[in-house]
Design a binder for this molecule. Sequence first.
Ligand SMILES: [Zn+2]
Length: 456
Amino acid sequence: MKTLLAGGIVVTMDRDRRVLCADILVEDDRIVSVLPHEKDALRPDEDTEVVDVSGMTVIPGLVQAHMHVTQALFRGLCDDLALMEWLRERTWPLEAAHDAASNAASARLAAMELIRSGTTSLIDMGTTLHEDAIFDVMAETGLRGLFGKCMMDMGDDLPALMREDAEACLRETERLMNRWHMAEHGRLRYAVAPRFVPSCSERLLFAARDLARQNGLRLHTHASENLGEIALVEQLCHERNVRYLERIGYAGEDVLLAHCIWLSDEEKRILAETGTHVVHCPSSNTKLASGIAPVAELKVMGANVALGLDGAHNHMDGFAEIRMASILQKALTHDPKAMPAMQALELATLGGAAAMGQEDDLGCLEAGRKADLVVLDMDMPHTLPAFGRDPVQRVVYQATRENVVHTMVDGRFLYKDRKFLTLDPKKTLAEAERACSEVMKRAQLPPLSAFFSAGC
Ligand SMILES: [Zn+2]
């Protein structure tokens, strides 16, 4: 199967960061060529589907390197709270109330939103139970990613269903790994995902680390998101969070730490020197009033930084996240040149690909790479005028998910001409609404708005 995307403005993200007016030829799951577009020079053979993208902008598919698709159903139930309150009062009780069907409905709703927002890959923290449902949905909808059951065996505030015995948790992790790692021709992979230091015993953290290392998997956890969390870790471990994690082997090129907001200078050095991947989640961090991660500084120090949408924080628009990542660093450093447009786009593409351990395949549009890409129609009121403008700055500072026309993963359109090809949008939305009301009943969480109490 061959597809020719003809005449687009291609933001390649290659070594020279070239932006070309080019044709992209895709065969099966890979890009065969990215060649300068010459009008009337195209002679595609009969088997090639030609898609005219002239005037449109083509970028590598966005990577969300830290997410919780299980929380998509909880959007709007968890607003205006700080992290620990947000977890204890809403998010954990709701996650505990999921069954396999509601978890699938949540993952499918998230997949629908991600696909139409130009995300092609994600790294997901999963949930304690029903992780197979997430893998099933990702297999069916065609997204790429690293997924792992969330591991927790400690914490007085955890709902009983979510606090597992360490042995049972490890057995289930191993079962899931054996079933799903490298499924769908390697599109789906397993990542070992202890939630964060305060909800994992050392026994569990050590065993999770060993399991990941023995099987060549990514280790994915949260770290240093919030001052309360830092204090809790210091109380439990008598060390700062990232320093403790490094001491117990949670540092290195196979480790992903989400957030990394509150870091000492020593911890910043640890992240940069060990090649530990930092996942910056700007919308989540600002909405939960956690703080702003010093990612421009970390980049200067040599750390790899990726972007992530995180949990139930209202939207899953990767473009909003890229813009936010850039402008927050300007505010943090009082330097308008901090995190310029190209660097912000790097976080969402090359940075994410490196975090996934697939930097040779993803994050860049050139011959030999996987065909994961997004086509943007920039002829919209919020992205015009175009005359004299830099295409990358337009994508970073102006584009939103409304510009997305096509999304392709592994050479296959998941979204084409703004239509979903791997899911039924009406059914997905109806199922999400129904599943959410059932989860709220099981969690014994009443509607939070008087609007509903009034019987509307
Ligand atoms: Zn998270």
